[in-house]
Design a protein around this ligand. Sequence first.
Ligand code: TNX
Length: 514
Amino acid sequence: LVGATTTAAQLTPVATAATPALQSIVPVPVSVTPAAGVTFPLVATTKIVTEAGSAPAKDVGDYLGGVLRRSTGYALPVSDAPTSVPSDSIALLLSGAPASVGPQGYQLVSTASSVTVRAQTADGLFAGVQTLRQMLPGSIESATAQPGPWSVPGATIVDYPRFAYRGAMLDVARHFHPVSTVKRYIDQLAQYKINNLHLHLADDQGWRIQIDSWPRLTTVGGSTQVGGGAGGYYTKAQYTDIVNYALSRHITVIPEIDMPGHVNAAQASYAELTCNGVAPAPRTDTAVGYSSLCISKDVTYTFIADVLRELAALTPGPYLHIGGDEASSTSAADYLTFVNKVLPLVAATGKTAIGWHDIAKATLPASATPQFWGTSTSDAGVSAAVSRGSKVILSPANKAYLDMKYNSSSPIGLSWAGYIEVQDAYNWNPGAYLSGVGESAVRGVESPLWAETVVTPADIDYLAFPRLAAHAELGWSPWSTHDWTAFRTRLGAQAPRWVAQSINFYRSSQVAWD
Ligand code: TNX
């Protein structure tokens, strides 16, 4: 097998015994060629060198140094790379990557004297760095100095994503989650090569983002949450802090304002957003489908244009998410009117619209992305949108919802879409899941975490891990590598990393935990 290019999923037991760390990378790389008997020792004198003159490459080098210094205690200085890769170094270079890696992929070559990651972009280098972390022992993820020794198995890895978009959604409306919790989640997402964070910023129970032109959205609408707790909201500075932190982890933030339903917090803040002009009481229960913006009032669209303008100005990414789900108290005709009026308001901000797939009841422009959250495998609106050129984000509730319980004894979570054990989360093919939505019509996969029952960072950990890693592999790795038996072992090998990071993961009996 030495010298043969293969996928990690196909490594023979002989190669596995020699290179366990090569066998357990999640998401599994496109190709891994072990160099038998070769290891790179990470030692006190090791240095990080990055593409000369490239600030983005230097940033990835600084990030890698930050991760590795905590547990190794080494200095790991970062400097511009000389013309040829020095010995005893980790090199992050923007030249010489094979064309096949594309804009998000990388090539990683580890020898006895160096580890060289090559990519076309800093995104690719960052992805390669995540792979490198997983080639080191799990204790490398510890926040405090560990004994080591630290070595990287020799290999050549060529790797790139199946889908450009790998996403996670965090509902900060049902229970507010402070900036520190969001940053913690961002750091977890980055390790599995997830590159989009969708923030559900407004719902019936709370409004979570400062909007200067409508200040009571936060002073009133931000003061509640499910169960009656204090709620909270992000100031513009805090939201920007999240956006910048995500950017430093090569993650794009996608803000969602859910409409025309899920708007009780906005209506409790501003009576003019209802048809009868009476502000409803704040709500802290978990009912859905009872609120709707007033489709016939002009002020509705003034409000939306103001909110979207302020949000777009804070958001460097290309997308605004307009919600659109479960508008059961909006008539079907009003719903179409609404979507047709709001899509141009998104376009006016210079951004591209994403909405829950309910928006595909309207005739969408090809630029709009429906996000499928149903439990069936066909949707007439979505397939019609695809036939007109739209791409789809897949979040089927019975596979991708991180807020569903694992089984009847899960202490938190919901179960309306069924229980989702780890194997259920893994066993579906995004490129052949929805009728009329083939591989090329899929923008990517996203794992939504609704927060009716999610209060603490430990709650987030418990529902996200290990299922998030399963979804990450569906979004990144080629379908040809899909193999539950190999995955349950690969996934189990992540446990020491999660323990080192104090991630409160669910120890599913389906997984072969290390
Ligand atoms: C449905 S799925 C919702 C959310 C709930 C979630 C709970 C979707 C687009 N809307 O309002 O939080 O179920 O699982």
